[in-house]
Design a protein around this ligand. Structure first.
Ligand code: PLP
Length: 451
């Protein structure tokens, strides 16, 4: 199709042919697409010329903002030189090797091996496959059960969707599988003793111990969690929670898989959220900020002891792989993004502007509709309630997310509007304090319109 499409025909073609992720098919047909045309820094422009500020970094991924020419050049340069190289049959390419080496020098100590994936779901899927393979390799084939958290999101692949605990991803898909189990989330605002960090931490540990006892320690392979639960509504556990989880997993003889697909790459301040807690998981999944959305790529980090056990177990091939694992163009993008985070000052800016983010989050706390405010680094959410004292939910209205999303769009800002009356924020780490004010002013205006 080469002719120029009018805006109207683009929207019609979208409605007729494009299946959108996590959308009601009929709902999308009725709504029609918001077609984005270009991006620059914190700003997006749609095909009608409407400019909006992106308070959500695309889908918590464009951490370096839009329009970074050095990334475009790195990708173009690699594409001209070598657009594709397989990782199969002992082949490799330079950017992929360099990215593996640079990343493993920055991950928590002991995570020295990396398998590149096509995104977050593939990272989680790959982790589950390697964990199963590992326990078979070390002669513990009964350890196949996985435990994750309520409100957790781990992607929507056939395997990872079962670790996800959000109802939208289970409805109509016969999930989760029998080997996937969930325990209560460390959700301070909805916890009976939420003001007491130690009590919230103890609740998760007790729930994990109870679940392992119920299933049998000899059958549980791993516990899987996000350091901060993103798609469940940015649920921020107390400081020390992840460290306590690491200790519990060791005590219980189960592996720890930490899903840093959102929290990785500076989103909460340090490069990885594990770092802040001094935790080395057995597996760590990443994606999103790895390439800042400029190319699809994820990375699964594997601890040395796992790698060595698999390596020693058999000389036969480990049958897990993908055509695009370690794609050289995505790797070249990843290398330049990593340079921007560190030498380009993006991580430092994220920490600096995090102060304005925190100040604006605290200021919005007094709004009559805001029941909870939670954040770490540049990841945060507000939870709307009908009554601040009783914490009664704002509305039992399934369409609320869509309505809020339309209102914020009309007011010129993109944030994530969850169905459970939670508004999530994840601006690019390149945001300026003035742009942060624009994001919050526009959200505040939307809240006032709801009164
Ligand atoms: N894990 C977490 C924590 C995520 O937030 C996501 C996506 O939002 C995924 C996994 C899945 O990543 P992807 O959408 O790249 O498959």
């Amino acid at each position: 199709m080469t002719e120029t499409l009018t805006n109207r025909s683009l929207i019609d073609l979208d409605r007729d042919h494009l299946i959108h992720p996590v959308a009601s098919f009929r709902g999308h047909e009725a709504h029609g697409a918001r077609v984005l045309a270009s991006g620059d820094g914190m700003w997006l422009t749609d095909i009608e010329g409407k400019r909006v500020i992106d308070g959500f970094a695309g889908l918590w991924c464009v951490n370096v903002g839009y329009g970074q020419d050095s990334i475009v050049e790195a990708a173009a340069d690699q594409m001209r030189r070598l657009p594709y190289a397989t990782g199969y049959f002992h082949f490799a390419s330079e950017p992929t090797i360099r990215l593996a080496a640079e990343l493993t020098a920055l991950t928590p100590e002991g995570l020295n091996h990396v398998y590149f994936t096509q995104g977050g779901s593939d990272s989680v899927d790959s982790a589950v496959r390697y964990i199963v393979h590992y326990f078979n390799a070390i002669g513990k084939p009964d350890k196949k059960e996985f435990i994750a958290l309520e409100w957790g999101y781990h992607g929507s692949s056939a395997t990872g969707a079962g670790l996800t605990a959000l109802a939208n991803f289970h409805r109509g898909f016969d999930l989760p599988y029998k080997w996937q189990h969930h325990i209560a989330s460390p959700y301070p605002y909805r916890h009976p003793n939420g003001h007491d960090d130690a009590a919230v931490i103890a609740s998760t540990i007790e729930a994990l111990e109870a679940k392992v006892a119920e299933i049998g320690a000899d059958k549980v392979a791993a516990f899987c969690c996000e350091p901060i639960q993103g798609s469940g509504g940015v649920i921020v556990p107390p400081v020390g929670w992840l460290k306590a989880i690491r200790e519990a997993c060791d005590r219980l003889g189960i592996l720890l898989l930490v899903d840093e697909v959102i929290t990785g790459f500076g989103r909460t301040g340090p490069l990885f959220a594990c770092e802040a807690e001094g935790v080395t998981p057995d597996f760590m999944t990443t994606a999103k900020g790895l390439t800042a959305g400029y190319a699809p790529m994820g990375a699964l980090f594997m601890a040395d002891h796992i790698y060595q056990a698999i390596a020693d177990a058999s000389p036969l091939p480990v049958g897990h792989g993908g055509t695009y694992s370690g794609h050289p163009v995505a790797a070249a993008v990843g290398l330049e993004v990593l340079r921007l985070y560190r030498e380009g000052g993006v991580l430092a800016n994220g920490v600096m502007v995090g102060e304005r983010f925190a100040a604006r989050m605290e200021a919005i706390r007094s709004h009559p509709l805001v029941g909870d405010v939670r954040y770490r680094g540049l990841l945060g959410a507000i939870e709307l309630v009908a009554d601040k004292d009783t914490k009664a939910p704002f509305a039992a209205d399934l369409a609320l997310g869509d309505r809020l999303s339309q209102m914020t769009w009309d007011n010129g800002v993109i944030v994530r509007c969850f169905a459970n009356a939670v508004i999530g924020f994840a601006p690019a780490l390149t945001c300026t304090p003035e742009e942060m004010d624009i994001i919050f002013d526009r959200v505040q205006l939307t809240l006032d319109q709801l009164l």
